[in-house]
Design a protein around this ligand. Structure first.
Ligand SMILES: [Zn+2]
Length: 390
């Protein structure tokens, strides 16, 4: 069925002004000042977006689809994400990954969940591996997972974390070589999403390996970088060509005194520092938010990440940091799609791109509609399509 979205203020993510959008076959097929219903043939649905902002669906590059956590005992394993966790929060494309726990969580289960989300109507990808090195894989090698398994676009790794592996320059460089080779063969992004722990060395090993070898910084996506202890090194990596990824924070987290700046603030800094094309932020949805004791030996409390923090950051950027809606959208649409190698069809509202579209109210930037590949998933704030067990 065709879908016509009329009279909205379109952010592609750049501001295009008032436009009508026509979608068919899951794609955007026209963006014009006016598209008349009378010209349409066959079945169609119209959404009147007058007074609303029409923006690309969010591309969330860090999610724990099958849950995460588990660092405080078996009862602290977080639950799997559901379809409406995504669609009610504007996520139409997401990247799944593993974290600390690769004992009771497996890349095979992540693969199944990734394909399940696709069946339910959104676009999903994954990276193989976990915090650890050697990386757990499906085929027995990182290179083969990326080259031969459709949704796999890279690998995960943790550095400088007391829960992660001890990494040598040799080990890191060998992983970069594998990912680079697989990216060339498959035409995929080939990323190493590097969990940046709070350890002494920060991101030093990444910078060292770039100095010592001929590998390009483009492979690296250090994540959780909106913290005082790693921000400067992350900026250095971005200047060399890496994509650096912040973790969206809720007001509750900011109020609790975590040593993190918001991604709204980080977006502003990325513009001022000339690295705005190399900055993304993501939700870490499904991951645990452990609260550690003073010397980080045991956990004293536990929360769970949710994609709702993405919209919260957008509102914060517009309301508190005087950024434009376009400025705040770029990291989680255009740049995030580029990070995953999907720039040709995701992350923008343009003819030929996937019809992943959100409507945000003009006043409060509240999500009213989510369209994923041309299918209306959320209408007037209500999920009209639900996951298999919802
Ligand atoms: Zn995570």
């Amino acid at each position: 069925m065709q879908l016509l979205i009329k009279n909205g203020s379109v952010y592609a993510p750049q501001c295009l002004g008032s436009k009508d959008l026509l979608c068919a076959g899951g794609k955007i097929i026209a963006i014009e000042d006016t598209i008349n219903e009378s010209a349409l043939v066959g079945e169609y649905q119209v959404i009147d977006a007058k007074g609303a902002n029409v923006v690309p669906g969010f591309v969330d590059t860090h999610q724990h689809f099958i849950g995460g956590g588990g660092e405080g005992g078996y009862a602290t394993r977080t639950p799997e994400l559901k379809l409406t966790d995504q669609t009610l929060n504007g996520v139409t494309t997401a990247l799944g990954l593993l974290g600390t726990d690769d004992l009771s969580r497996h890349v095979e289960s992540l693969f199944a969940k990734t394909m399940g989300f696709r069946d339910e109507g959104i676009s999903t990808y994954m990276i193989t591996g976990s915090y650890f090195l050697p990386s757990p894989t499906i085929t027995g090698s990182v290179m083969r997972d990326i080259a031969f398994i459709d949704p796999v676009v890279g690998v995960k790794l943790a550095v400088s974390d007391h829960r992660g592996p001890y990494i040598t320059h040799q080990g890191l460089a060998e992983l970069v070589a594998q990912v680079r080779n697989a990216a060339l063969v498959s035409g995929k992004a080939g990323i190493i999403t590097v969990h940046s722990g709070a350890g002494k060395k920060g991101l030093t090993q990444l910078l060292d390996v770039l100095d010592e070898t001929d590998y390009q910084a483009e492979r690296f996506v250090p994540t959780h970088i909106n913290r005082e202890d790693v921000w400067e090194q992350a900026v250095e990596l971005a200047k060399r060509g890496a994509t650096i990824d912040g973790t969206a924070v809720s007001q509750e987290m900011l109020d609790s005194g975590r040593k993190a700046m918001s991604c709204a603030e980080a977006t502003k800094l990325s513009i001022e520092l000339g690295i705005k094309d190399n900055f993304t932020f993501s939700s870490d949805a499904g991951g645990s938010l452990p609260k550690w004791n003073e010397d980080r030996t045991h956990i004293v409390g536990m929360g769970v990440g949710t994609p709702s923090s993405l919209l919260e950051e957008i509102r914060r950027g517009v309301n508190q940091f005087a950024l434009s809606l376009s400025d705040m959208l770029v990291p989680i649409t255009k740049n995030a799609a580029k990070q995953l190698g999907l720039s040709a069809f995701k992350g923008e509202l343009a003819v030929g791109y996937d019809a992943d579209i959100l409507l945000l109210s003009d006043d409060e930037l509240a999500l009213t509609h989510t369209v994923a590949k041309g299918q209306v998933m959320v209408c007037d704030g209500e999920a009209v399509v639900k996951g298999t067990f919802e």
